[in-house]
Ligand binder design. Sequence first.
Ligand SMILES: [Zn+2]
Length: 370
Amino acid sequence: MSDARLLETFLDLVRIDSPTGAESQVAEYCARQLKAAGCTVRFDDSAEQTGADVGNIIAHLEGSEVLRTLVLSAHMDCVDPCAGVEPVVEGGLVRSAGDTVLGGDDKAGIAAIIESIHRLAESGSHHGPVRVVLTVSEETGLQGAKALDHSVLDGGDLCLVLDADGEPGGIVIGAPTHYTFAAMFMGTTAHAGVSPEKGTSAISMAAKAICAFPQGRLDDETTANVGTISGGTATNVIPGSVLVTGECRSLDAARVELLRSGMEQAMNEAARAEGGRVTVTWTREYEGFRFDQGDPVVDLVSAACVDVGLVPRTFNTGGGSDGSIFASRIPTLVLSCGMSEVHSTSEQIKIADLESLTALMGAVIARMAK
Ligand SMILES: [Zn+2]
């Protein structure tokens, strides 16, 4: 019976449109479900900051006694194309009809959270408090998580963000510190045919700078990239300004700082050598996190995986998630939810994976009550 309810909840969720910034309908559905399962539910005031049509959901299920507090999180928005998702259930799988993503990223996580709260409330078993944070606008730079009042995480002992692809059992134990930059190279415009001597090309400066620092995978833990370049006005004008944007990431916090200063130095030297200047603005998108294999929270979740017949697999990621934002406030792990080929119209999920993810949440809650 409860398996049927889990699938029904997942299908309901994917049928509700929730593009980034317009999550209010799906949020209302989630709030209703969480209330029905016994949670108190509120929306925060993050919409002012994110521009979304609704805030993040913060729900709380009282513990049956004073035990450790678990925070469960997933995001409510989906990447395009996600309007009018028609889920197709076939051969133990759920996929979209083919014109849209499925939206299992991240509605698989939401469905597992809602169902595990229902089951917990119905089981009558001892459990600690469970807090649920469902965010808006994750896909466009973790906006909801960044705008969340992070004091809602205080008092929590462990946060699980249900938002990684791959079969359940996957546990992300390391994620990078991530910086982005915008570099404005400034030269001097001049007519390229009549008086090129009077010009200083900002494009030449940017090109020299980009060639001077390494890009791609720099080591197991570190990456760098130039993402966009824009500038210049016409073929006969020496370009006076060029905007270059890019990023660097590393699991090693010291390594990313070194890389960042090296990139900035290369940009300054290239601009100076060409007789121009550059202004580089850096944004730290999020801080990294890293757990050792024997860390108690990793052990707890690994043991819970075994409890429900899953093989725990720990791994690092080069990507960010809401977990990257929460990790500076509370011990946070990001878990695989079973979704595959996410962000594509071939996205799919096994119903058995939805079930085992839900069972895993129950096992974590049970272990935290020991
Ligand atoms: Zn996601």
